[in-house]
Ligand binder design. Structure first.
Ligand code: SAM
Length: 250
C-alpha cells in the first residue's frame, strides 16, 4: 500500500502514469477554488455549470445514475456534496417522490445562493455547508453520498479522505467526474480548449479540471489508501464521465 508521502506525490494519472501523462497535470487552481478571484467570476462559472448541466442533459444523466444506486431503498436519504448550484439535487427531488436530499457545498456563497432559491424551501431538502473531506454527519446517516464533477478539485491526500468519509456517512459513495483520457487524446482535448481559456472563465476552469482529472488507477489507489476494505466499482471513463461506486462490506 502507498505511504502518505507517496499518495501526496501521486500523479493524477496514477502510480503507473506515463511520462507524457505526468506532464499533463497542474497544481494551478480553478477560479472556483481561489480566494483572490472576484466572486462574480466564480458565480459565472457555477451558472455555466448549471446551464451546461441542463442543456446537455448532465443533471438528468447523473440523477439517473444516482437513483439506480438506491433503487432498492424505499425512501432514500441522499447527500449531495459539492452541489455548486443544486441542479442535480433538484432533479433527484423531482424524479423521486419520497427521497430526502441534503444539498451541500464547501463554498458559503454557493450554499447561500442555493438556499435562496426553490431548494431552500423544499420540504424534502436541507441546504447546508459541508466539506467533502470532513463530513459533519453521523455514521450511516445516508443511503447515498454523491459528488459530481468535483473530485478533481482535491489534491490526492484530501481526495482519499472523501473515500473514507463518504463510505462512513453513507452506505454507498458515488463519484462522477471527468475522464482522464490516454495522454495523446488528452493533448488533443486540451488543444481544442486552450485558445478560449484566457477569455472564458468556464473554459479556464475546464482546462485545469482536465489536467487535474484522476485516472482510474489513481482512483483505485486513493480508495485503497483510504482503507483497503473499501470496495470500488469503476465504469465509463474514456470519453464519458468516470463513475465510481465505493462502499464498505457490511
Ligand atoms: C466544478 S463544481 C461542480 C458543481 C456541480 N456538482 C456540478 O456538477 O456542476 C465543483 C464544486 O465542488 C465544490 N468543492 C470543492 N472542494 C470541495 C470540498 N472539499 N467539499 C465540498 N465541495 C467542494 C466547489 O465549491 C464547487 O461547487
Amino acid at each position: 500500500m502507498a505511504t502518505v508521502d507517496e499518495i501526496a506525490r501521486m500523479p493524477r494519472g496514477g502510480p503507473d502514469a506515463s511520462c507524457l501523462d505526468r506532464l499533463l497535470q497542474t497544481d494551478r487552481q480553478e477560479y472556483l477554488d481561489r480566494d483572490d478571484v472576484d466572486p462574480r467570476v466564480k458565480r459565472s462559472v457555477v451558472r455555466a455549470l448549471d446551464w451546461t448541466g441542463q442543456v446537455f442533459g448532465n443533471h438528468e444523466r447523473f440523477a439517473a445514475i444516482a437513483l439506480e444506486e438506491v433503487a432498492d431503498v424505499a425512501d432514500p436519504a441522499i447527500l449531495e456534496l459539492g452541489a455548486g448550484h443544486g441542479g442535480l439535487s433538484r432533479t433527484l427531488l423531482e424524479w423521486h417522490p419520497t427521497a430526502t436530499v441534503t444539498v451541500t457545498d464547501v463554498e458559503p456563497a454557493s450554499v447561500a445562493a442555493i438556499a435562496a432559491g426553490d431548494l431552500g424551501t423544499h420540504p424534502r431538502a436541507t441546504v447546508r455547508e459541508m466539506d467533502a473531506t470532513a463530513m459533519d454527519a453521523s455514521d450511516g446517516q445516508f443511503d447515498l453520498a454523491v459528488f459530481v464533477l468535483s473530485f478533481h478539485h482535491l489534491a490526492p491526500a484530501a481526495a482519499a479522505r472523501v473515500f473514507t468519509e463518504g463510505t462512513r456517512v453513507a452506505t454507498k459513495l458515488l463519484i462522477i467526474d471527468l475522464p482522464r483520457p490516454p495522454a495523446p487524446l488528452h493533448l488533443l482535448r486540451l488543444a481544442t480548449m486552450l485558445p478560449l481559456a484566457p477569455f472564458a472563465p468556464f473554459v479556464h476552469d475546464g482546462v485545469i479540471s482536465s489536467l487535474r482529472a484522476y485516472s482510474s488507477s489513481a482512483l483505485r489507489a486513493l480508495a485503497r489508501h483510504a482503507d483497503p476494505a473499501i470496495d470500488v466499482q469503476l465504469r465509463g471513463g474514456l470519453l464519458s464521465p468516470q463513475v465510481v461506486v465505493a462502499s464498505r462490506a457490511p
